[in-house]
Design a protein around this ligand. Structure first.
Ligand code: MV4
Length: 454
């Protein structure tokens, strides 16, 4: 096992990784920007090294500075967390070339799954369900027009290098397809330096179903079942839960096993998430693979009992997965809400500044992953998530009630947070019925904005 790991991240995920390191007897070295000086998680690290000023581009995204910090601290491995450099294959490559283990997939596996055209090709081969559409990136617009006519409109144009909703265009007829390909190409070239786009069938009113998987360097890979992440606004998830409500157990097993097969065939080691959309008939279509540990990994930890972060470190150190598929079972239900320092009444405006009041809930099945506390000043430079509240209970109905109780106990001020919003969302009839889709939050926000005006 590693003696010392460098954490190339900040906030709650840095703290989560520190905790995992501690349990494994590993020393944790944190890098931080000057905007994060005095950050509460840094107190828990064995060492903290300032790598630059507040803007991420000059600190958490500066590869040379992170490698230099790993060198001076004699770390053996680098954990990227999520965001920042976590899905950057070049960074994974530089870590390897500099003699540090990257805690995550090899650059080869990251490229094989991170490129959506390659990923879809491998998925077709392994029997992971995908949307019908063009098999390669579009070379000839007339070919794409032909495919769209076959699969029928509406279709969606997507960037092969994209993710999280950037570089996408829905087309409802041939004219929209032609302009959509052009504008998606331009956007993708500017955003990702790769103008490759492809076309597939567009599904309306879907649910977002994502399968947690984990592989080792010995050819083993398992799934840890799924999460439903349909509660989102502008591609920012608000509520995540596991398991997905109302899914047929046979269909669940089939799609989860197909996700494990996909990452096994990619020779993938570490945690990965295979994203799907699910339609009303519970047909599944793969969207993309996230080659990192995700924000919402705790709900999966709660229902499976697997420590995903610790296991990710173990497999990076060359250990075999300490369990096989038959050891993994769903126990109860878990829901996570993201506590963001944002004002939902003012367009979700980020709220930087001093937290004066911070009273956290407790009780059975209540977990908080947060770096925040009273006296913590939220810097303006990074994303607004200041913590996650995760609740576990024997069943979904109890879990929702337990979560509402915990949210009522949670007092944070004077900065505005998403706590009051969550209390309302958890009472939304569609969410309670488990029949919600990826658009219900935005639909509901529009409705209440109209009601507030009259
Ligand atoms: C889609 C889709 C409908 N049909 N693909 C958005 C983010 C990116 N991961 C893929 N996305 C979508 N792809 C097809 N063929 C609808 C979305 C989508 C979405 C997906 C998951 C969660 C929220 C979403 C919000 C809007 C659109």
């Amino acid at each position: 096992m590693f003696k010392r790991v460098l954490i190339a991240n900040r906030g709650e995920i840095a703290l989560r990784i520190i905790r995992a390191c501690r349990e494994l007897g590993i020393e944790a070295v944190c890098v931080y920007s000057s905007a994060d000086k005095g950050g509460p998680w840094l107190e828990q690290a064995d060492r903290a090294i300032c790598i630059g000023p507040g803007p991420s581009k000059e600190s958490y995204l500066k590869i040379e500075r992170i490698i230099a910090a790993a060198e001076v601290s004699h770390a053996e491995a680098i954990h990227p967390g999520y965001g920042f450099l976590s899905e950057n294959a070049h960074f994974a490559e530089v870590c390897r070339a500099s003699g540090f283990e990257f805690i995550g997939p090899s650059p080869e596996a990251m490229n094989a799954l991170g490129d959506k055209v390659n990923c879809k090709r491998l998925a077709r081969k392994t029997g992971t369900p995908v949307f019908p559409g063009t098999e390669d990136a579009i070379e000839d617009i007339e070919e794409a027009v032909k495919v769209a006519a076959e699969i029928q409109y509406p279709v969606i144009v997507k960037a092969r290098a994209g993710g999280g909703g950037r570089g996408m265009r829905v087309a409802r007829d041939e004219a929209e397809l032609r302009t959509g390909i052009e504008s998606a190409r331009q956007e993708a070239a500017a955003a990702f330096g790769d103008g490759g786009v492809y076309v597939e069938k567009f599904l309306e009113n879907a649910r977002h179903f994502e399968v947690q998987t984990i592989g080792d360097k010995h050819g083993h890979a398992v799934h840890l079942y799924e999460r439903d992440c349909s509660s989102q606004r502008r591609h920012q998830k608000l509520i995540e839960e596991a398991p997905a409500p109302g899914v047929d157990p046979k269909k669940r097993d089939r799609v989860c096993e197909s996700a494990a097969t996909l990452i096994r065939e990619a020779k993938y080691s570490g945690a990965a998430t295979v994203e799907f959309l699910m339609d009303r008939q519970q047909n599944f279509y793969m969207l993309e693979v996230n080659t990192r540990v995700q924000v919402e990994h705790p709900v999966t930890e709660m229902i499976t009992g697997v420590d995903i972060v610790k296991t990710g470190i173990r497999v990076a150190a060359g250990e075999e997965l300490p369990f096989t598929q038959k050891d993994i079972h769903i126990n109860g239900h878990a829901i996570e809400v993201r506590i963001n320092a944002e004002d939902p009444d003012r367009g979700f405006m980020p709220q930087a500044g001093l937290i004066e009041t911070y009273a956290a809930p407790g009780g059975p099945g209540v977990r908080i992953d947060s770096h925040a506390r009273a006296g913590y000043r939220i810097p303006p430079n990074y994303d607004s998530m200041i913590g996650k509240l995760i609740v576990h209970a024997p069943d979904r109905a109890t879990c929702i009630e337990r979560l509402k109780g915990a949210l009522r106990e949670f007092k944070i001020g004077p900065v505005k947070t998403t706590i009051p919003l969550h209390l309302k969302l958890l009472d939304h009839p569609d969410f309670r019925a488990g029949s919600h889709d990826i658009h219900y939050v935005e639909r509901w926000l529009k409705e209440i904005a109209v009601t507030a005006k009259v």
